[in-house]
Design a binder for this molecule. Sequence first.
Ligand code: ASP
Ligand code: MG
Length: 414
Amino acid sequence: MKVFKFGGASVKNAVAIKNVAHIIKQHQAEGLLVVVSAIGKTTDALERVVALARSRQSIDPILNEISIYHNEVIEQLNIARPDFLARFQAHIHSLKTATYQGGEYDFVYDQVVSQGEVLSSLILNEYLVQQGLNAVWADAREYIQTDSTWREGKVDWVQSKTNMKGLAKILQSHTVITQGFIGSTSDKHTATLGREGSDYSAAIFAACLPAESVTIWKDVPGVMSADPKRLPHAFVFDELPYQEAAEMTYYGASVIHPKTIKPLANAGIPLLVKNFDDPTLPGTRIHECTVYRLPPLIVFKENQCLISCKVTDYSFVNEDQIGYIFRMLSQYDVRINVMQNSAISFSFCVDFREPKTLLLIEGLSKKLEVYYNTGLTLITVKNYDAQTFTEYRNKPGVLLEQSSRSTLQVLVRL
Ligand code: ASP
Ligand code: MG
């Protein structure tokens, strides 16, 4: 059996959902577990619901918008059977209850924001059943178990695998439709796996079942050597080793969620990235392979913040100060994207996220003199050649540059 994952863009309206159904129909005989994200930008809207409620503003207008959006899709798909609509409305209503139940922000966030995937999977499943497919809706929370790190649930692999034991049998006769992005704790509270985490869900299901392969259906023709919107000569890779794909995601390529590769590589399960608008395109196969002379691969990571820490008394930066910097990073749960030190300063670049980054800067400032720049872009050129090396090093506005034998990174103000 195989795992298919469809993101928010691939189910953003009735036409898109019909296309997804068409793809599923063509492959259902292979045995499919389908992981689906919330439709369109529903997750962003649900995040706003939680934020508005916390700042004591009315959530009714935005809940209404979410409800209207989903109802439109339901009507256009012609699946508005009364019992389905009633079930659906109950879910929308439960959003309100969940929002006002009180408690820690991140906990409430998970209870509310997770509903986007529940709604989309209900719609897709209903449509498939109506189309005569042997589809069955499954609640991912009964299978993927996590700890209670809200918004970033850590998977309990042993328990999740045990939970999925019965799934294989269902998959012999049914196409299973389930949610990306969500799991549940041992005491049955919903936990999300981190934004854009549906790819990761697909990998968790695939590794636990185990599946033959995972296919992520996207609006791009496969994994590309660069973002084609920035570099029109970018091309699609036919195949890539797991390691290369994992590193790309680490440097900021958004084509696959960074946590996706590891469980698949460990289980030797290939990951295919295919185009949902033209399924006949070959796409990219990520698997155990050796590709000689990989061409340069260019990743742009925006919204970077360069932080420079200086010692205030003219002494040199020592291990104590570097230790302090890393303790602060760990305390605020901030990851370094690139770092560099000189005699009197230690500089590093991180994703700029408010309020986290500013709190980190405040913490660092207690012991060090701190300077920072925001609005920067980190460009990583993996497997650079002479031409790309010169081109990117000499870009105007370079603030920091670093290279190893295979990778060049420049932090620039574009
Ligand atoms: N719907 C979630 C998000 O937008 C998960 C996903 O799309 O992968 O973050
Ligand atoms: Mg999404």
